[in-house]
Design a protein around this ligand. Structure first.
Ligand SMILES: Cc1cc2nc3c(=O)[nH]c(=O)nc-3n(C[C@H](O)[C@H](O)[C@H](O)COP(=O)(O)OP(=O)(O)OC[C@H]3O[C@@H](n4cnc5c(N)ncnc54)[C@H](O)[C@@H]3O)c2cc1C
Length: 412
């Protein structure tokens, strides 16, 4: 698979590694110690183009596509998964929702700054009743009041909500309309009252990039910040999560590779009875299983990304790629911890916290069981995963450059 990559993709991979090694890896531990959000590093990553790969040049992207985006996520996570945990908010779920469902004005106003790392993004769907049935458990309600909506409720696991400038928030506008009662809003918490957050204490996750409980108390959103029409929220989130699944799969792949590389290094250095532990066959068995799973995951993740670049039906492939890559990340994290022995539990070694991130990506952006349901229902012919392909009426980032719409707007 690697050999088939264009020079352009390999140049991106090199660039990301150089960026992470020079700008992030040397300082991230200090941000973690201080519990400081790395706003300046996110800005630098945005300037380096790390969040804009799938977006057209007309909105400040590089138009390289999902394969490039996946490689960027993979290498960022491989170098420092903690820093990469805001990648979807900056370069995928948040700006993609705006691109898929927004007006040219909304896109022009918000997307360029998000992917440049100038504003901090967020995407809040989940509530405490459960994320797998996010719509069924959604209690947060947006009440129309003249030119604004007033949103009240409580969101769970709202990552970066304590720092965000511009986010996407999903709320019910009709409690009795099921999925058609969900509406998406572009939120600007620093401009309007009624928004407060409580960071959640997490095991083994970043102390600098946090996930939160989000409290909304008549939080104001101007009507012009509604994304699409009332009731369009669910189709926007479904489309966004599909794209997000592939980029999360890239991140899981990066975790797997980080575990593998650390395990190989350690197995060659650590000696027991005078021999590097890598000489023991049971350790070799672990290394072989990791290497095999990683190669299989890479093939799947890159294939799903390539299908998305070609605007081919890719929902089923994205689910398969995400499921496999998150399994691989967990497998590699487990094996790496075993190979490290007791040191695998020491914070000094990153395998101790890579395991928590592997668990996170196993669950986040649609849990492993939810991916399996989608894959199986497709195989059994109950519900085809790609049944909505090309029928949502949403913009396709890879096919529909918004430049013409912006041009038409400028001409009046
Ligand atoms: C650190 C972190 C950051 C997050 N960031 C965000 C964010 O920024 N924005 C956001 O909106 N959400 C975010 N999430 C939420 C995440 O997307 C949800 O955790 C995920 O969707 C699963 O929901 P849940 O945890 O409520 O589990 P539940 O939905 O309660 O599921 C519990 C278990 O039941 C299983 N299950 C569910 N349905 C079925 C079924 N039909 N058959 C078999 N098994 C089933 C699931 O696989 C899971 O194992 C984040 C979560 C974490 C932990």
């Amino acid at each position: 698979m690697d050999q088939a990559f264009s020079e352009e993709i390999e140049a991106v991979r090199d660039m990301v590694n150089r960026f992470m090694q020079s700008e992030v890896v040397p300082v991230m531990a200090e941000y973690e110690k201080r519990g400081e959000f790395p706003r300046d590093l996110i800005r630098k990553a945005g300037e380096a183009g790390l969040y804009g790969a799938v977006f057209p040049e007309s909105v400040g992207g590089s138009n390289m596509g999902y394969l490039a985006a996946v490689v960027i996520q993979e290498e960022m996570a491989r170098n420092d998964v903690r820093f990469s945990s805001c990648n979807n908010q900056q370069g995928s779920t948040c700006p993609s929702s705006i691109y898929f469902g927004g007006t040219p004005q909304q896109i022009e106003k918000y997307v360029p700054n998000l992917i440049a790392g100038k504003t901090i993004g967020m995407m809040s769907l989940t509530e405490s009743g459960g994320g797998s049935d996010a719509e069924g458990n959604m209690k947060t309600f947006a009440r129309r009041d003249g030119d604004v909506y007033r949103i009240s409720g409580q969101k769970m696991w709202a990552s970066m909500a304590n720092e965000t400038d511009v986010g996407i928030l999903f709320a019910k506008t009709d409690r009795d309309a099921g999925a058609k009662g969900v509406t998406a809003f572009i939120v600007e918490p620093k401009k309007y009252p009624g928004w407060s957050t409580q960071p959640i204490e997490m095991m083994g996750l970043s102390n600098a990039l946090r996930t939160n409980v989000l409290f909304l108390d008549d939080f104001v959103v101007p009507v012009e910040n509604r994304l699409g029409e009332e009731g369009d929220g669910f189709k926007i989130i479904m489309r966004t999560l599909q794209a997000g699944r592939v980029t999360v799969a890239g991140k899981a792949l990066g975790i797997a590779r980080a575990c593998f590389e650390d395990a190989v290094r350690y197995a060659n250095e650590r000696t027991v009875r005078g021999e590097p532990i890598g000489r023991f066959q049971m350790i070799q068995s672990d290394i072989a299983e990791m290497a095999t799973a990683i190669e299989a995951s890479r093939a799947l993740v890159y294939k799903a990304a390539q299908y998305m670049d070609d605007s081919q039906p890719s929902n089923r492939l994205a689910a398969i790629a995400k499921y496999h890559a998150s399994q691989t990340a967990k497998l590699c994290a487990d094996k790496a911890m075993q190979i490290f022995g007791g040191y695998g539990l020491a914070r000094e070694y990153r395998v101790s916290w890579l395991r928590s991130y592997a668990e996170l990506f196993f669950t986040g952006e649609g849990s492993a069981n939810v991916q399996k349901i989608m894959i199986a229902e497709d195989a059994l012919g109950y519900k085809l995963a790609d049944r909505h392909h090309g029928k949502t009426g949403l913009r396709d980032i890879r096919k529909n450059d918004v430049a013409n719409e912006l041009q038409n707007k400028a001409e009046g």
